[in-house]
Design a protein around this ligand. Structure first.
Ligand code: A2R
Length: 331
């Protein structure tokens, strides 16, 4: 792989993936909506493109001829999708169909598309069930999960119908520096950094601490994505996960152990989802067998780096000399 597109490059995973691509000597184009707060480091090509504009996507693909498209762009929050179901479906499906249609109309050689799906596609799993493999039945429990299940099905359908080289992931929870505070561990880390900055203690608001999740570091996930497009089988789905379950409460405990702040935990009903998935742990066998990929970052390091990220961000936000623009910097 020499040239790649990364859609949604100014989101959370995008900058980490671009860094991984650069380390591998790949030329990357970051694709984002016009008006997106573009990264300030000019270390890769940035292309302003609304992916719902199929004709613009086709022209851009013809002129840049990437060998691989990493399709990260999405409305990526399951929680927000309950409030914005229609926008979630529109963004997640329209962007995918635009890319697939543009690829279908292109002359050969056409790029490989890595369609980033989600473990949320599986929906509720019984506590005594083994980690889910890719053949597990789907019971998506949010509009976001429905949109990702549909994205995967579309990718597989275009592969079968037109021979497009589409590889699908079902990515389990991942976190690390740069993640939006809409996501659970980033929310906890931000709140802890704020409490440290204010008076050294106070209330930390949480949602469902009992949920069990399979959590990976974003840098390990970026590595898996790069290897999948080289070694993955088109028309296949791959769980990207560690295979280990971990309660949200355990993650909170790790974060609390990294801070001297006096923290009281309080459940905030607004943080509970209308329908939650109690346990979501993946079986990583297919990914391991195909790529030999294993996560290499300990959760303590991931959460420690996340907390450091938020400490830096809060410092920057409270310093009048430096407006907070961490989102726009390359992590
Ligand atoms: O909504 P914005 O303006 O913040 O931009 C988001 C971008 N995006 C788009 N880019 C181009 N054309 C569009 N029509 C379009 N709609 C959304 O995708 C945002 O910068 C990016 C997604 O970033 P995050 O929300 O931070 O997602 P994250 O955590 O990087 O996840 C990457 C993928 C997603 O497909 C997730 O559903 C999956 O991994 O877990």
């Amino acid at each position: 792989m020499k040239r790649a597109w990364v859609t949604g490059s100014h989101g959370f995973v995008g900058p980490w993936l671009i860094r991984e691509l650069q380390d591998r000597g790949v030329q990357a184009w970051g694709i984002d909506r016009p008006g997106a707060p573009l990264l300030s480091d000019p270390v890769f090509e940035q292309l302003e493109l609304d992916l719902v504009d199929e004709e613009a996507v086709r022209r851009a693909l013809e002129s840049t001829r990437p060998e691989v498209i990493f399709h990260l762009a999405a409305q990526s929050s399951a929680g927000l999708s309950f409030e914005q179901p229609w926008e979630t479906l529109q963004v997640n499906l329209h962007t995918t169909v635009s890319l697939l249609e543009a690829m279908r109309r292109m002359k050969e050689p056409r790029p490989v598309l890595l369609a980033i799906g989600s473990s949320e596609e599986y929906g509720p799993v019984e506590r005594d069930e083994p980690p889910v493999d890719e053949d597990h039945r789907l019971r998506p429990a949010s509009p976001y999960a429905v949109s990702k299940a549909a994205q995967t099905l579309l990718g597989l359908q275009y592969h079968k119908a037109y021979g497009l080289r589409v590889i699908c992931t079902r990515s389990f929870m991942h976190t690390g520096p740069g993640q939006s505070e809409r996501f659970v561990f980033s929310s906890f880390a931000r709140q802890i950094a704020e409490l440290e900055r204010q008076n050294g203690g106070g209330i930390l608001r949480v949602g469902n601490l009992a949920a069990v999740r399979d959590v990976s570091d974003v840098r390990d996930v970026a590595r898996a994505y790069c290897e999948l497009v080289e070694k993955g089988e088109p028309g296949e789905i791959y769980n990207v996960c560690s295979g280990r379950g971990f309660t949200i409460e355990e993650g909170l405990k790790v974060l609390r152990s990294l801070s001297k702040a006096e923290i009281q935990v309080e459940v905030d009903p607004a943080r509970l989802r209308p329908l939650d998935v109690p346990v979501l742990v993946g079986n990583p066998s297919r990914l391991r067998e195909r790529l030999g990929w294993v996560p290499s970052t300990a959760i303590e390091k991931t959460l420690g780096d996340l907390l450091e990220f938020w400490r830096g961000r809060i410092r920057a936000e409270s310093s009048p000399a430096k407006p907070a623009d961490a989102k726009r910097r390359f992590p």
